[in-house]
Design a binder for this molecule. Structure first.
Ligand SMILES: O=C(O)CCC(=O)C(=O)O
Ligand SMILES: [Fe+2]
Length: 332
């Protein structure tokens, strides 16, 4: 009887022990599964768990980036406009909640953002050409004052960063610009940034280095800050073929004067409506453009995001340009 009793107790003890081990095994097993799941699924989806559905940052009813065939009419109209005017505009592209979030972050970063206060010629070329007078547009130095919030100063949850990283958006830019390939820049500082124009600041007339520039208006000042541009004035990066037209624009529409050039009509100058939320793709290498001064009496700064792409992979902003706009160079 006593032996049966101790056998029974032994069995109960063994059962309890097994139950304890089984519990531990189940815990270890589920932890391992969890780690494997995270490694496979979550790490493959940048920018991670902060991602919202695309329809929360873009008006996908008007611009169905999530359904590319539906974009056909938008893209054909944009291509026609880019070709004839040098600029394609997409009003109401960025959703109001995304604008508000990006503005909040820019407000917080604006006092620490690097300020550029420098001069450049319209062609953004270094040095002077001795055969041209100082007032020739190749030599004439004009002042630009702007601050820029760098890409690595944006939080991982910034909706601008999410838009920039979304392959459907990159493909949209590729289709509008009729390119075979389009890539984000491999530049941790200058890939996607926000131009900050405080009262009194402006960007002088210039051509961009990049063939196309993609911008997104986040906030306008009460007055001024208009983005104005000409039709494409050149089809390459040359100076001589368009310098008369450039001089005519500078003479007519800035505080500077270019003398001694042949008479030339002032090319038509356009200012597309640029309400907050508007996306703009323009031929910055070929169309001369500027941002008009924000009057000193304004209280609000102008915020415009600049999203940079290249037809080649692995391209970064040159070190001297990084130095100029963000005050430092990336370690690459
Ligand atoms: O702020 C803008 O609207 C565009 C400025 C510009 O032309 C540039 O950053 O190259
Ligand atoms: Fe520009």
């Amino acid at each position: 009887m006593r032996d049966h009793e101790s056998d029974f107790k032994h069995l109960v003890h063994l059962g309890a022990k097994l139950k304890k081990y089984a519990k531990r095994i189940i815990i270890i097993y589920s932890l391992t599964l969890n780690v494997i799941f995270e490694k496979i699924f979550l790490t493959k989806q940048p920018p991670s768990r902060m991602t919202r559905p695309l329809s929360r940052i873009v008006d996908t009813t008007r611009y169905p980036l999530d359904h590319p065939p539906g974009l056909f009419p938008v893209i054909s109209a944009a291509r026609a406009s880019l070709e004839s005017t040098g600029c394609a505009s997409f009003p109401g592209f960025f959703a109001p909640a995304a604008i508000a979030e990006a503005v909040r972050e820019t407000d917080a970063a604006s006092s620490a953002a690097h300020v550029t206060d420098s001069t450049h010629n319209a062609f953004q070329l270094p040095g002077k050409v001795a055969t041209h007078p100082p007032s020739h547009p190749r030599n004439l130095e004009m002042r630009t004052r702007v601050a820029s919030m760098a890409y690595d100063e944006m939080s991982p949850s910034n909706p601008l960063r999410q838009l920039y990283c979304d392959a459907r958006f990159v493909d949209f830019v590729r289709r509008v610009t009729s390119q075979k390939a389009m890539h984000r820049l491999a530049d941790p500082i200058g890939a996607c940034t926000v131009n900050i124009f405080k009262p009194g600041w402006y960007h002088a007339w210039h051509f961009d280095e990049a063939e196309f520039t993609t911008t997104l208006c986040l906030q306008q000042s009460e007055e001024g800050g208009e983005f104005e541009f000409t039709k494409p004035l050149r089809s390459d990066q040359s100076v001589d073929g368009c310098s008369d037209a450039v001089a005519a624009v500078i003479d007519a529409r800035s505080e500077y004067r270019c003398e001694g050039l042949r008479d030339c009509d002032v090319p038509e100058i356009t200012s597309a409506p640029f309400e907050p939320g508007t996306l703009q793709i323009f031929a910055g290498r070929y169309s001369l453009h500027h941002v008009k001064k924000i009057p000193e009496r304004c209280a609000r700064s102008r915020y415009v995001a600049v999203l940079c792409f290249s037809t080649e992979p692995g391209v970064s902003t040159p070190g001297d340009v990084q130095e100029m706009f963000w005050g430092r160079r990336s370690k690459m």
